[in-house]
Design a protein around this ligand. Sequence first.
Ligand code: PLP
Length: 379
Amino acid sequence: SAYLDYNATAPVRPEAASAVLDTLRVPGNASSPHAAGQRASALVQLGRSQLAELLRCSPNELVITSGATEANNLALRVAAPDGGQLVVSATEHPAVLEAARQIATDQGCDLTIIGVDRDGQLRLDELHAALNSPLPTVVSIMAANNETGVLNDIQEMAELTRAAGGIFHTDATQLVGRLPLDLSTVTIDMLSLSAHKFGGPQGVGALFLRRGLPVAHRPLVRGGGQERGWRAGTLNVAGIAGMGAAAAAAQAQLDIERERTAQLRDRLEALVLAALPDTQINGRSVPRLPGVSSMTFPGAPADAVLSGLPEVAASDGSACSSGALAPSHVLLAMGRTAEEAESTVRFSLGHATTKAEIDFAAEQVVSVVRRVKEAMWVS
Ligand code: PLP
């Protein structure tokens, strides 16, 4: 079998699994003053500093959340100026798009959605136009797209936004732990991430909030004042320990994994293209994440392809919200037809992918796509 769905969730790294289990074995609420509580608190501090090290920020610039969905919601809620402008791209994950729609309504903001070209690259002229607005502005542009892996030049966009007096947030869920990122030199104001995309456990993530950023204190969750009041609730000690261990392992392996993953992804594409030359690879000519391949198989609906591939874990367009029947909004924004979008499968690789998995997947994909095309042609 082959597990090629890292963008949905990556296998938990052994270091992270051990950290979670070790932590679960010792009692302690990280807010308690007794020795047991302080041991839990030390584990939280370690996890937080491992994550901060990966991002090159300060540990106290991180608000621990339940994942990127919550981090995105919190970021937009605290940064969106009442009556201002919220700018997002058309290819954002629903955790930004849906949050932005709601917050724009709640806080009376104008919502500006920036389009992309056929390769999935942001239309910078539209960003420039939006930044020309006299309204106080928050821009949220993802670092790497979850469906295609297409990268945005977030450094450039952060600088443009800052130069125009706005606040810049990026949903970097698919980039963190896979490509280098240095918040000590890049002028990003806020950044969201989720541990399970880089080999940590599910259900934990963080929002980076740059120190001194002028945002409103509008937490989504109020209560005992944890996380300096930004996010109340007993800390997820095991989750944070696992996230930190995964961050440390990802950081140590980053260059090697990046290179290996790109080679394996290129091998998958070469094998599939050799046998199915009409396959279209979305975003292939622009900078992409090393481990993602979004393939359109003309004449072969993705649902039929995927149901013929039980031993190859991959996904159709709408990634994390699978089960959704609508064609991918990302591919539609890239100018694909609904039919093309519905004939697209996303393969995503990462730290534990092997050459054997790639060869197995390529062979399976080629034979199933051929079979589906024939069946469609006959019917
Ligand atoms: N943002 C992006 C780009 C994603 O790919 C995902 C994946 O699910 C999320 C946000 C949401 O992450 P989570 O479900 O862990 O909150």
